[in-house]
Design a protein around this ligand. Structure first.
Ligand code: DGL
Length: 275
């Protein structure tokens, strides 16, 4: 059965999930580009960080969260997490079937970078899970022959960002110690292959004295979502949509970050889907 046969409704929301606040960078870009779409966000804070978990665990979380988003009638699900996109995209797509469209955050970035004439040696910073999957190197090299890819796991960055440590001395020291690694010395472009990292993009730009081509997923994924909705005639026309934000475990940092992105207009709800 095709998506059309299942009759996805334009008036239904877009579901988005991540392990925590990282996916909010994507959610925020989507609301800016598509102000008439309603979002249902799920931050799986009970299992954060995803980067250190096994692929089997990530698949299990992805299926259960997708089920939750389907129960909220989502017409499209954005896996706003590189780790889950790397390890569970196919599993989630199989599970969701024709009940919703599933978008990952890796393919739009790969297409963007492969299309840049200047990219010859691309650096990728990501969680351990994403780096271990080697998905960026495989996809980038398929999309653009001869491209060199150097990937570095930067596991401390996610916890640092979740704890609200950015734009200060500590975050700068951690970021510098990762970016100083010999592996990244010869790159001409850098992919922020974790949806948490746009929050430290200004510090990364500063490290490179604004001379590095830095690509993150927020903007390009929002563009991809817009395109997919248009192609499938699923664009919503809602005036002032009321987004919903769920977490599997309540955390102060999540509450603060949602307000940082969505200016206090939101109510945070706890959805204990793991009981
Ligand atoms: N924001 C996620 C990513 O893009 C997950 C980070 C984590 O929970 O380790 O990979």
């Amino acid at each position: 059965m095709s998506k059309e046969q299942h009759q996805l409704k334009a008036s239904n929301p877009i579901g988005i999930f991540d392990s925590g606040i990282g996916g909010l960078t994507v959610a925020s870009a989507i609301t800016k580009l598509l102000p008439n779409e309603k979002l249902v966000y799920f931050g799986d804070t009970a299992h954060l960080p995803y980067g250190d978990k096994s692929a089997d665990s990530i698949k299990y979380y992805g299926i259960r969260i997708s089920q939750f988003l389907l129960e909220h009638q989502c017409k499209l699900i954005v896996i706003a997490c590189n780790t889950a996109s790397a390890q569970a995209f196919e599993t989630i797509k199989d599970f969701v079937g024709n009940k919703a469209i599933v978008v990952n955050v890796i393919d739009p970035v790969v297409n963007e970078v492969a299309g840049m004439a200047s990219s010859k040696h691309v650096g990728v910073i990501a969680t351990k899970g994403t780096v271990k999957s080697d998905i960026y190197a495989k996809k980038l090299k398929t999309a653009k022959k001869g491209l060199e890819v150097s990937s570095l796991a930067t596991p401390l960055l996610v916890s640092m960002i979740e704890e609200g440590f950015f734009n200060n001395k500590i975050s700068r020291a951690v970021i510098h110690s990762y970016l100083d690694r010999p592996k990244l010395k010869k790159i001409d472009s850098l992919i922020l292959a974790c949806t948490h990292f746009p929050l430290i993009k200004p510090e990364i730009e500063e490290y490179y004295k604004h001379k590095m081509n830095i690509v993150d997923s927020a903007g390009v994924v929002a563009q991809e979502v817009a395109q997919v909705l248009k192609t499938n005639k699923l664009q919503n026309k809602l005036k002032n949509p009321r987004h919903q934000f769920f977490v599997s475990d309540y955390t102060d940092s999540f509450e603060k970050s949602t307000h940082y992105f969505f200016k206090g207009k939101i109510k945070l709800e706890k959805a204990d889907i793991w009981k």
